[in-house]
Ligand binder design. Sequence first.
Ligand SMILES: Cc1cc2nc3c(=O)[nH]c(=O)nc-3n(C[C@H](O)[C@H](O)[C@H](O)COP(=O)(O)O)c2cc1C
Length: 244
Amino acid sequence: MNKVLGISGSFHRNSNTDTLIKTIMEATKAEYELIKLSNVNVGYCIGCKKCVQTSECIRNDDFKWISKKMLEADAIIVGSPVRCNTVTAVMKTFIERWNSFIHVEQHPLKDKLAVGVVIGWTGIKPTVEWLTKVALGGMGGMKVVGAVTAQGYHGSFTCGNGEKCPRSAWNMGKIIEMMMNQDIGIEKMCEGRVEALPDNEPLTNPSYKILDSSYVSVRDQPDAMQKAEEIGKIIRVKLQNNVV
Ligand SMILES: Cc1cc2nc3c(=O)[nH]c(=O)nc-3n(C[C@H](O)[C@H](O)[C@H](O)COP(=O)(O)O)c2cc1C
């Protein structure tokens, strides 16, 4: 039976990230397992370069058994919430460790199918690009089938500091957009949820109204759920037909 491995960089139990990964895995009809990086012990790549001869990391922690499962899997689904415009720190740490795979002529993951899952409001685009192109397809050497994204929760609307908080997602996002000179998705994120009042100035004079701070479950995002199922089915067909 084909095996699919899911790896989640989300800390929350039954999170949106986990739900999308599981939805993809279930649709593959293969044997599957989800590993949450928040529940295992994977330390940093310390750049010792011991992997360059063998493509094996010598560090003695949970990466040893997880990397074995990666090598045994036919497809690997990797998901992370967006944090500070990129994947979570546990996910980045984990991906740095799989850089140990790259040194032998035949990349050991080269025949695996891969999917990226990203949850967030802002920074989804750079995070998906990095995850699919750099981590999964590039350093991971895998065949990327696609990516699924969905929205997450608004920590910065619900922390309790309320409508005068200078570091709300709204104000901070606006400052980041000004600094980066690009749209990172703040308007879309705040649509119907936050209304900036006319005198609002990011940081110096926060003045806005919180209209809706409710949690957005991925189960209420039918497009994302449907895409996850579709990608799972594509993987099922590819694995059944041995088209990898
Ligand atoms: C430290 C930290 C940084 C975050 N940075 C971002 C961000 O840059 N963009 C964003 O959309 N969400 C950001 N978030 C919110 C998470 O993406 C949100 O919590 C997400 O719903 C978590 O997904 P999960 O429920 O699947 O774990 C951040 C959350 C934390 C705790």
